[in-house]
Design a binder for this molecule. Structure first.
Ligand SMILES: Nc1ncnc2c1ncn2[C@@H]1O[C@H](COP(=O)(O)OP(=O)(O)OP(=O)(O)O)[C@@H](O)[C@H]1O
Ligand SMILES: [Mg+2]
Length: 192
């Protein structure tokens, strides 16, 4: 399975979502981020960083890979987008994020329309606002919610998936119950 996580907008949760996905479902991550926080979390077995002038490695389709891509859609990105089984596009609920996300969807869908939109870092009813904006644009792509949660900082700190931290019990099981269920729902949808 090849998954690409992409948005032109920075800071929308691409790397955090990629890392939790990789730790939960045993995916490798390939990124073109110049400074990726993944370096200190993942071993060489699970992580490749591609330099700005370097081609993406040609990975066999049978491996489970997530491409954590930032920046413009260049030739390299188009190639990866075309061969992906799914394109995950996370967005926050603020005006600017949604505006950039809409432009990203319009460009990406030219090459691959297996798009999943993720309303990330949501608080209260923000997901409803994201849903409305997406539907007003006549996009019919599935929309998943990942609420605002400290779990996304702790996966880097503890180098464990949200699922694993939840299973450790105590108050984490309580704090992370909802975000863990939301993430599971996303993974199940992709893997079915
Ligand atoms: N659901 C969430 N709840 C709370 N904080 C979140 C959530 N998702 C991401 N964050 C936080 O938002 C910040 C940006 O996340 P991240 O680095 O994953 O985004 P990115 O899209 O990869 O950014 P960049 O464009 O810089 O690569 C981080 O501090 C991360 O901990
Ligand atoms: Mg990132």
């Amino acid at each position: 399975m090849i998954i690409t996580i992409y948005n032109f907008k920075g800071g929308v949760g691409k790397t955090s979502i990629a890392l939790n996905f990789a730790l939960t479902a045993e995916y490798g991550i390939i990124t073109n981020d110049v400074y990726s926080p993944l370096e200190s979390v993942l071993s060489e077995k699970q992580y490749i960083k591609v330099e700005p002038d370097e081609d993406f490695p040609d990975i066999p389709k049978k491996l489970n890979i997530i491409y954590d891509l930032g920046g413009h859609i260049d030739k390299r990105a188009i190639k990866i987008i075309k061969k992906s089984d799914y394109i995950l596009i996370p967005t926050l609920s603020d005006f600017l994020s949604l505006k950039v996300t809409i432009n990203a969807i319009l460009e990406i869908e030219i090459y691959n329309n297996k798009i999943i939109i993720i309303g990330n870092g949501t608080h209260k009813s923000e997901i409803k606002h994201i849903k409305k904006v997406i539907r007003d644009c006549k996009f019919n792509y599935p929309l998943f919610e990942l609420k605002k949660s400290k779990a996304f900082i702790n996966i880097f700190r503890e180098q464990k998936s949200i699922g694993k931290m939840t299973k450790e019990g105590g108050l984490k099981a309580y704090h992370y119950k909802v975000i863990n269920e939301q993430f599971d729902k996303l993974i199940k949808y992709i893997e079915e």
